[in-house]
Design a protein around this ligand. Sequence first.
Ligand code: DLZ
Length: 197
Amino acid sequence: MTTIKGPGAAETFDGSDLRIAIVHARWNTAIIEKLVAGAKKSLFAAGVKEENITIQTVPGSYELPIGVQRLYAASQVQASNTGEGISATDLLSSSTTDLAKSTTTTTPKKPFDAIIAIGVLIKGATMHFEYIADAVSHGLMRVQLDTGVPVIFGLLTVLTEEQGLERAGLGSSGMHNHGEDWGSAAVELGVKRRDWS
Ligand code: DLZ
């Protein structure tokens, strides 16, 4: 069946100099793992280098906003410790010249260009689902507007386990893995954010 739903055709964006983080919850792991793999597939397809992808986990979706916020802050500190006069592009490089300018002995890194937050909330018998979904949605929006780093909303809020499996490309309906959309969104926003600066 054809459908009009979805992000529509997009230009392709070059992610080869982007630094991207994925923060994911561990609840509903089987679905999460597939979504993370889908996001990584799109990142790689856009040219994002494996060494420029950081993956961090939190226990549940409720912890996603603080995880994203602290990981981004840590990347800013890491970048500011790598020395002045090094451009964002240089910071992706670990050449000896760049390292010589750096004040640390670790590979210099720039702050993340975009962060993908991934969680799967499955509705239960109580109001728990509604409270967490609302808090996480607002929390992630707040982090991205407060920091200016694009935060990709990879939170599935599904009524059944089956709905979650479908959206991770694991169901029988042929629905695609939504993680792939999130990876593409991260690259597009990471690139566009530079132009918007
Ligand atoms: C407690 C809980 C429940 C019941 N369900 C989910 C879920 O479906 N998906 C998810 O990501 N996390 C769930 N959690 C855990 C909370 O998000 C959170 O980790 C705990 O309440 C601790 O703050």
